[in-house]
Design a protein around this ligand. Structure first.
Ligand code: NAP
Length: 252
């Protein structure tokens, strides 16, 4: 398939983008012509990911940004604006899942961490980004299929992902008509994040069996949907969530 060039001249920030879904999104936007700003917590991961993207001819700025660190969030935005002068796309992709406990047995500190990383930092990053966002710009928030029906092993994580579905609607209203805000809810994708599920053969088969297409997702599947929503092809879509789950049960 020939990749279109929908992001020529555009500047895209993707959080948590040194591997997995975030990396694939940065790669896709970059291959489509965007200057991409990648980030994650560890300098060595940021450097390695930047090198891989540059090897594919992608223009990259690489910044260390733990999304919970206010100074690092500010640096991410400031360095982007210093280098490229504007922001066209923000993809909020960072998340944590520090617990598999039932919700009522989850420690207070873990509840705080889940809300902070999965929901609050998305808002805080956008607060910093908004003054630099262009007319026609776009935000894509990465939620999860678990946001629709939080499974017992991912219950509180799932609830934070439910919150992102509402956040998408609320921000779409606040940021319209200048900026569109949409959401991608991935199904299960083998990455480090999900390896505790997807490397277990029995669990993997059970998850595959819950899809209509008979397979787990790929990071490229998630990147393609994100690129669509961020692009002009989706110029009349805002406040929406696309479920990219191979047909797993989500909603009518
Ligand atoms: P992944 O492959 O494990 O990658 C996680 C990335 O995030 C790495 O680049 C990591 O780099 C960075 N990171 C972790 N914590 C961070 C933080 N606090 N601040 C900044 N960067 C951080 O994960 P993934 O599966 O692609 O998940 C990405 C998103 O997709 C998450 O929002 C997740 O909830 C969502 N999702 C995933 C699945 C799935 O099945 N994989 C399904 C539904 C939704 P460093 O270690 O260098 O920080």
């Amino acid at each position: 398939m020939e990749i279109p060039k929908r992001f020529r001249g555009k500047v895209a920030i993707v959080t948590a983008s040194t591997q997995g879904i975030g990396f694939a999104i940065a790669e896709r936007l970059g291959l489509e012509g965007a200057s991409v700003v990648i980030s994650s917590r560890k300098q060595q991961n940021v450097d390695a990911a930047a090198e891989k993207l540059r090897a594919k001819g992608i223009e990259v700025l690489a910044v260390v940004c733990h999304v919970s660190n206010a100074q690092q969030r500010k640096d991410l935005i400031d360095k982007t604006v210093q280098k490229y002068g504007k922001i066209d796309v923000v993809v909020s992709n960072a998340a944590a899942n520090p617990s598999v406990d039932p919700i009522l047995q989850t420690k207070d500190s873990v509840l705080d961490k889940l809300w902070e990383i999965n929901v609050k930092t998305c808002i805080l990053l956008l607060k910093d980004a908004v003054p630099h966002m262009q007319k026609g710009s776009s935000v894509v928030i990465i939620s999860s299929i678990t946001g629709f029906n939080p499974p017992s092993s991912l219950a509180m994580y799932g609830v934070t992902k439910t919150a992102l579905l509402g956040l998408t609607k609320a921000l779409a209203a606040e940021m319209a008509p200048y900026t569109r805000v949409n959401c991608v809810a991935p199904g299960f994708v083998p990455t480090n994040f999900s390896s505790f599920l997807t490397t277990n053969d029995a669990v993997r088969q059970e998850l595959e069996g819950k899809t209509l297409l008979g397979r787990l997702g790929t990071t490229e599947d998630m990147a393609a949907a994100t690129a669509f929503l961020a692009s002009e092809d989706a110029s009349y879509i805002t406040g929406e969530t696309i479920v990219v789950s191979g047909g797993m049960p989500s909603r009518l």
